[in-house]
Ligand binder design. Structure first.
Ligand code: FAD
Ligand code: MLT
Ligand code: ZN
Length: 492
């Protein structure tokens, strides 16, 4: 089932022995060391399964040691030793990453942040939250909600992903349209470098122009430059009025038209504009046991969310938008959520797509930024290529490829093109790799809008970055991680 093409193990990395395990037991609490008999420990290899396999069940490592430190000092001691001994390390958060970045490729040590999960401070005036990197995103959102605030990001994996993992991947998600990138809302980071140095840049200031903004380098660095142990993030006021509508749309052209109208009508209260196609809808209704709020089936669906402070005012704006779209024939049907339960059901229809596709089969994911007018063309193009190669029959779910579908954060020009197949195999992959990347590059798009590069895209970086840029990225890697022990084989 899994991808078999792995880069060869670098023999310069030390193979672990019981001497190393004994050392780790001295620098971190013994109960946080999970080592198998292969390296002199007692853990059942099954206990390490969840750390070795990724969410998509596409990438799998063979680590025999997982360390779960509780403090920054312990992280520092671990990395110092690994650096000296040339032991390769994979930092791991909630392990929900989608590009094979969070699991070992071979026998790298997994450094899990899950035991570092405390809120360090919260300032209710400024809304600045300072916390450990291993805090789960949803738990942080609940914590700040009790204080009238909201996390500036949200994603389907919120129940498992860590804020540290979010920062390490520069996650986008469904609030990006409203609150922008983590490059804006992260105010400070505490990072442990591979040699054990603690970079304490845990600022809570919004303004700080004292030279180079080093923390930005770690946002989106995917565990290749340092281990993030602490995060300071600005949390906005939680909107008191949230409205959601789901629209049935007859064409992709109309999805774009409706976006123009939504921005015009809703202005600053527009907080999300997401879309998905009919194949996604069928999968999500089936696997999440949901009922569509619309009577008929449509080629495309849109979820519009508004977030403001005047309920009556916002209701009026969204109703007027819906009326206008229906009158002009831009959408064919629409439903407004009447209460919080309906709001969360509508969001489930969009956020439940990745899990539903996973339940359908082996899912190939391409997370790309392309200009909105041509964004859906790539889905149609790939479907045609697979059909021509006799691997896909659109009206049947049998055959090596069961589904080719598109969804995503269209308000941010971000498409998730997914191909769902019986299994991961070369004859399928070869049809769209590197074709998808060539397609994206020809429109000056990005081959990774929000999921990162990881192992999956490291050989394709050249489609989005010039040789000069890649060369400087490698030089930055050398500065922070001269022995390349952190997340080897990934990104650069
Ligand atoms: P992991 O998966 O554990 O790690 C991801 C990467 O970060 C790895 O390279 C790892 O080495 C590194 N890393 C993790 N923690 C640290 C740390 N403390 N210090 C240094 N490096 C670290 N992404 C989006 O952008 N938008 C979405 O809408 C979105 N939705 C998703 C929905 C689902 C259902 C799933 C499964 C994933 C989704 N993702 C989305 C993917 C996204 O990358 C992750 O969900 C999330 O940001 C990763 O956090 P994590 O804690 O699970 O990190
Ligand atoms: C999403 O927007 O649902 C996520 O990025 C996950 C995915 O692409 O499947
Ligand atoms: Zn996404």
């Amino acid at each position: 089932q899994r991808q078999h093409h792995k880069p060869a193990r670098l023999e310069s990395f030390k193979k672990l022995s019981n001497v190393d395990i004994e050392h780790f037991k001295k620098i971190v609490p013994a109960e946080t060391v999970l080592a198998t008999a292969a390296v002199g420990g007692k853990a059942d290899p099954i206990e390490l399964e969840g750390f070795n396999a990724d969410w998509l069940d596409k990438y799998r490592g063979n680590s025999q040691l997982v360390l779960r430190p509780k403090t920054t000092k312990e992280v520092s001691a671990i990395l110092k030793y690994c650096s000296e001994q040339r032991i390769a390390v994979v930092p791991q958060g909630g392990n929900t990453g989608l590009v094979g970045g969070s699991v070992p490729v071979h026998d790298e040590v997994v450094l899990s942040l899950r035991n570092m999960n405390r809120v360090r401070s919260y300032d209710e005036v400024s809304g600045v939250l300072v916390c450990d990197a291993g805090c789960v995103l949803e738990e942080l959102d609940n914590y700040v909600a009790e204080r009238g605030h909201i996390m500036p990001l949200d994603l389907g994996a919120k129940g498992s992903c860590h804020i540290g993992g979010n920062v390490a991947t520069n996650a986008g998600g469904i609030r990006f349209l409203r609150y922008g990138s983590l490059h804006g809302s992260v105010l400070g980071l505490e990072v442990v470098l591979p040699d054990g140095t603690v970079l304490d840049n845990l600022s809570t200031l919004r303004k700080d122009n004292t030279g180079y903004d080093l923390k930005q380098l770690f946002i989106g660095s995917e565990g290749t430059l340092g281990v993030i142990t602490g995060v300071s993030v600005l949390t906005p006021r939680r909107p008191s009025a949230v409205n959601v509508a789901v629209l049935g749309v007859p064409s992709y052209e109309n999805v774009q038209q409706a976006f123009k109208h939504a921005r015009q009508r809703c202005g600053e209260i527009l907080s999300a504009y997401e879309f998905w196609d009919s194949s996604c809808m069928r999968a999500v209704l089936h696997h999440q046991s949901l009922k569509s709020p619309l009577e008929a089936e449509y080629p495309f669906y849109v979820l519009v969310e508004t977030s403001g402070s005047e309920k009556a005012h916002d209701d009026e704006k969204l109703s007027a938008l819906l009326e206008e779209l229906l009158e002009q024939g831009i959408v064919e049907d629409g439903a407004l959520a009447q209460d919080d339960t309906q709001i969360s059901r509508m969001w489930m229809m969009r956020e439940g797509i990745p899990e539903s596709l996973g339940k359908t089969g082996a899912t190939y994911k391409y997370d790309v930024s392309i200009p909105i007018p041509v964004l859906y063309d790539v889905v149609k193009d790939i479907a045609k290529k697979l059909e021509k190669a006799d691997l896909y029959k659109p009206d049947q779910s049998s055959g090596p490829v069961k589904m080719v579908c598109g969804y995503g954060h269209i308000g941010d020009s971000n498409l998730h093109l997914n191909v769902v197949a019986d299994k991961f195999e070369d004859r399928v992959t070869n049809i769209f790799e590197p074709y998808v990347y060539e397609w994206v590059a020809s429109h000056r798009g990005s081959i990774s809008a929000e999921h990162g590069v990881g192992l999956m895209k490291r050989d394709y970086l050249g489609y989005s970055k010039s040789p000069e840029m890649i060369s400087y990225m490698k030089r930055i890697k050398d500065v922070f991680d001269p022995h390349h022990i952190l997340n080897p084989y990934k990104v650069v």
